[in-house]
Design a protein around this ligand. Structure first.
Ligand SMILES: NC(=O)c1ccc[n+]([C@@H]2O[C@H](COP(=O)([O-])OP(=O)(O)OC[C@H]3O[C@@H](n4cnc5c(N)ncnc54)[C@H](O)[C@@H]3O)[C@@H](O)[C@H]2O)c1
Length: 349
């Protein structure tokens, strides 16, 4: 099939494009390219890459497309809070517009990278897709509103599947180090110390980046319409943050790098939620398989463990990179100059 992947040059997207190509699909990426083309370098010869904003999709980009994986947008709390208006436009309004365009063309297969953070704020419990949610914060609110828009648009000619992804871990050619497991690895290497905010007792559903990609693949390949209008949590397991810190600290200690754990104050937006992946398993047969421990080893194989200072570069942190890009736009400096600068200390953030 020919698949359009919005946000295909991002952390999940770069891995997902690889899995879709491996499965024999043709892929057209639509991405604003905030992180440039480098994340897709290894796949570039086999991909079509269109630099465009998801807020203004040229309908011709849907020519020949049989399925859409929609990942583009602001992808965490800090960037959404930094510019709530742009966040709403990208995450909600653009999703509704893309749905309308797909529906008009009869493109039924559509998956949406939503977020399990929608379950935050409900207190203790293991939540499923039938739970009545009360999302809080610009990011989760925009994701939930986008889900609603997709469900309203669903009909015989448009069959969107919503994937509420847990917090993702693992290596990607567009590595993010602002996601809990990945952040702990970076902190363990750079500081030898992990901070447990509020003791790290908060719960989070977690899932490997490759498994997220395969969940989208499974849903896109399902018989057209069979998963339309459905929501699925995509989770490997729920963890308390302090468990994750211990897994990272243990993995690094085994490599002769002692890591200490330290209490730290709670941040203003403090997320705590758990959810089940039972429905995904029952309805699609797909079970996320890659454990946190396996994924930690995978990341350690790809990053400069012996010389980790590079990991402080702002391109690994969405809010730092977005702020820097804005600065660069004002100062007319080039993208390449900030990409290749050595460390955060060299850069105006
Ligand atoms: N990573 C996670 O833990 C996680 C968890 C739950 C949900 N999600 C969702 O999954 C999706 C992908 O997340 P990610 O971690 O790969 O994020 P990411 O920030 O690495 O990637 C997002 C991609 O979208 C592109 N993009 C951003 N705004 C755009 C716009 N206006 N037009 C076109 N392209 C644009 C960026 O250039 C980037 O390549 C996001 O929608 C995110 O909200 C991510």
């Amino acid at each position: 099939m020919k698949i359009l992947v919005t946000g295909g040059a991002g952390y999940i997207g770069a891995v997902l494009c690889d899995r879709f190509l491996e499965a024999g699909h043709e892929v057209r990426v639509l991405d604003r390219l905030y992180w440039g083309r480098k994340p897709l370098e290894a796949l570039a010869a086999r991909l079509e890459i269109v630099q465009a904003d998801v807020r203004a999709v040229d309908p011709d980009l849907l020519d020949g497309i049989e399925g859409v994986v929609h990942l583009a947008g602001l992808s965490n709390d800090p960037t959404a809070e930094y510019n709530p208006e742009a966040n709403w436009e990208m995450n909600t309004t653009a999703t509704a517009a893309l749905a309308a365009a797909c529906r008009k063309r009869g493109i039924r297969r559509f998956t949406f990278g939503s977020s399990a953070s929608i379950y935050d704020g409900l207190g203790d419990g293991l939540f499923d897709e039938t739970t009545k949610v009360a999302p809080r914060g610009a990011y989760s609110e925009s994701k939930f509103a986008a889900e609603q828009a997709l469900l309203e648009a669903a009909d015989g000619s448009f069959a969107p599947t919503i994937l509420r992804q847990g917090t993702v871990y693992g290596h990607s050619p567009r590595l993010r180090l602002d996601l809990v497991v990945n952040t702990f690895i970076k902190d363990a290497l750079l500081r030898g110390k992990l901070f447990l905010h509020g003791g790290g007792w908060m719960w989070r559903p977690l899932v490997d980046v490759g498994d997220v990609a395969l969940a989208h693949l499974r849903c896109i390949e399902a018989p057209a319409g069979s998963l339309g209008g459905e929501i699925f949590n995509v989770v490997h397991e729920n963890f308390q943050i302090r468990q994750l810190a211990m897994l990272v600290a243990g993995s690094l200690s085994l490599r002769g790098r002692p890591v200490t754990l330290e209490d730290a104050p709670l941040p203003a937006l403090n997320r705590n939620y758990r959810c089940t992946n039972r429905k995904l398993q029952d309805r699609t047969g797909f079970v996320p398989r890659v454990t946190v421990l396996e994924s930690i080893e995978g990341i350690l194989r790809h990053i400069p463990v012996e010389n980790p200072t590079e990991l402080a570069h702002p391109r690994y942190y969405n809010i730092a990179w977005m702020t820097l890009l804005e600065e660069v736009q004002r100062s007319q400096a080039g993208f390449d100059s900030i990409w290749s600068s050595g460390t955060a200390a060299d850069l105006p953030v």
